[in-house]
Structures are given as C-alpha cells and as structure tokens.
Design a protein around this ligand. Structure first.
Ligand SMILES: O=C(O)CCC(=O)C(=O)O
Length: 265
C-alpha cells in the first residue's frame, strides 16, 4: 500500500515535494543573487557559471555573509504554500526560527560541508521542527547535495560530544564545529537529487550531512527553519532557539544529556 505524503514524512523524517515552487520564484532569487554578486565580485559574476579566479576568499565570505540578508530569502521564508505544506505535514502553527539561511557551495570546496548531524542540536526549536531545503540549481551526487538517514528522527537527539574548547555556558551558541554526533552512523543513507522548483522538507531531528560539489558550477540552496508553536512544551520552555540558548540547557522528551559532555569545560 502506498503511503500518503504525511505518512512517508512521519516514517522517514523527510519528503521531497517535486515542482513545488513556480519557476518565476527562481528568476527573482537569481536576479537578487546576481545583483549582489556583481557588486561584490565584479561584472563578470554570473549565477550559473563559476570563475575561481574572480572569487577570492575575501569576496567569497563577503558574498556568503550577505546571502541571508537578501529580501528574496524573507519572501521564501514567508511563502504561503510552504507554510501550508508544513501544516499538512503536521506542524499545526508553523513559526519561523530566525536562522534561515542560503548556502553557496563552490565546486570542490569541502571546508564548509557539514558532517552527519541533527539540526536540533544546534538550532533547538520544537521537537517536530523542520528544515525546508530549497535548491536553486540542480543538486545530486555530482553537483553536491545532502544525504539523510531515513527514520533517524525517531531516536530523538543522539549522543553527542563537544569537539571544540568552547566553554559550556548558558547563552553560548554551539555550531557544527563545536558539537558532533558521538555514535557510528551505519544505516544506509538516501542521497537527494532535485531540481529548482523542488523542495526537500526534513525533520530537524533527522540525521543528515552535506555531499561535496564535484561539478564545475556553484550550488545555491536556501534553508528555511520552521518550528511548531503548538508542539508540546515548546512555548512553556520559552521557544528556545540556538542563537540564544544551547542544547546543554534544554530538555527534549526522552533525552538524557550524556554525562561525558554535560557542563564539561
Ligand atoms: O546544504 C548542505 O550541504 C547542508 C545543509 C544542512 O545540513 C542544514 O542546513 O542543516
């Protein structure tokens, strides 16, 4: 028997909704990226092609750091169809988490790839929070993409360890470079292949990682983070988000902080 979209999502922790966005949406995204790209990098900047000689490390970080201020990202975050899809997937009252982002993954640049992780560990949010991962260019095992472990969200937050020397203090932000999953990932992953217009929605508890861009084109994506205000305990806990609080001071149902990491300095 075929599963409904919601059943598939609940079972696997992710879903790819094909041809979800209208093509016009990408015209405005491309236009805004091209506008800031030309301003920062120079007139030869083009969304669809990549010229390593133009993009110095300084220009790359200037470009990257500006992406999440693009007005089109706000419009995407507030996209009514996206919020309706979240409701259909079970988020009764979807609210933005303020950590929406865009990624620019250059060919063969592995420095910014994320190893296996769960977004909840860094972003907090409601237990059923989701990330809408939106490609603006082709994504697959050649062009770079993400891999997910189906069903991994069901185990809640996995054991983790601190991998930086950042002290554990209440209002400190912990990022991917500070915390890592402390267990072997042995289940076979799913590799996402998608085109502009498609959207991957995954539970922030789902274990996932980046895959390198082996093509000669830049990989452009947006990540919209959405919690559910009605999720049990979320409001009572003060709607925690990872830019103000961290996992060491949060209670997620059924999760016991590993003694090896709790309050370790
Ligand atoms: O796009 C990627 O390579 C990884 C994105 C990711 O893991 C995330 O946004 O949580």
């Amino acid at each position: 028997m075929e599963l409904s979209e919601k059943e598939f999502f609940d079972e696997n922790g992710y879903i790819i909704l094909r041809k979800f966005f209208k093509p016009e949406l990408f015209d405005e995204v491309k236009a805004e990226i091209t506008q800031i790209g030309k301003f920062i990098v120079g007139d030869k900047f083009a969304f669809d092609s990549y010229h390593p000689e133009l993009i110095t490390p300084e220009k790359q970080s200037q470009l990257y750091d500006r992406l999440h201020y693009l007005p089109c990202l706000s419009r995407l975050s507030g996209n009514l169809d996206l919020l309706a899809a979240c409701r259909e997937l079970g988020l009764q009252l979807p609210v933005l988490m303020g950590c929406c982002n865009m990624r620019y993954d250059r060919p063969h640049d592995i420095r910014h790839l994320f190893d296996w992780h769960q977004d909840t560990l860094y972003l907090l949010g409601s237990v059923n929070a989701v990330t809408a991962w939106i490609p603006f260019s082709r994504v697959d095992d050649i062009h770079g993409t993400v891999q997910l472990i189906p069903g991994s969200h069901k185990a809640g937050i996995l054991p983790y360890k601190k991998i930086s020397d950042k002290p554990v203090e209440e209002q400190r932000q912990f990022l991917q470079r500070d915390l890592a999953i402390d267990t072997d990932i042995t289940t076979a992953p799913v590799t996402v292949s998608a085109d502009p217009g498609d959207v991957l929605i995954f539970k922030q508890m789902a274990v996932h990682r980046s895959m390198a861009n082996l093509s000669d084109k830049a990989r452009w994506t947006a990540q919209i983070r959405i919690s559910d205000l009605t999720s049990s305990g979320f409001l009572e806990e003060g709607c925690p988000t990872g830019d103000k609080e961290n996992i060491f001071f949060q209670k997620y149902p059924g999760f016991v902080h590993p003694l090896s990491t709790r309050h370790e300095n």
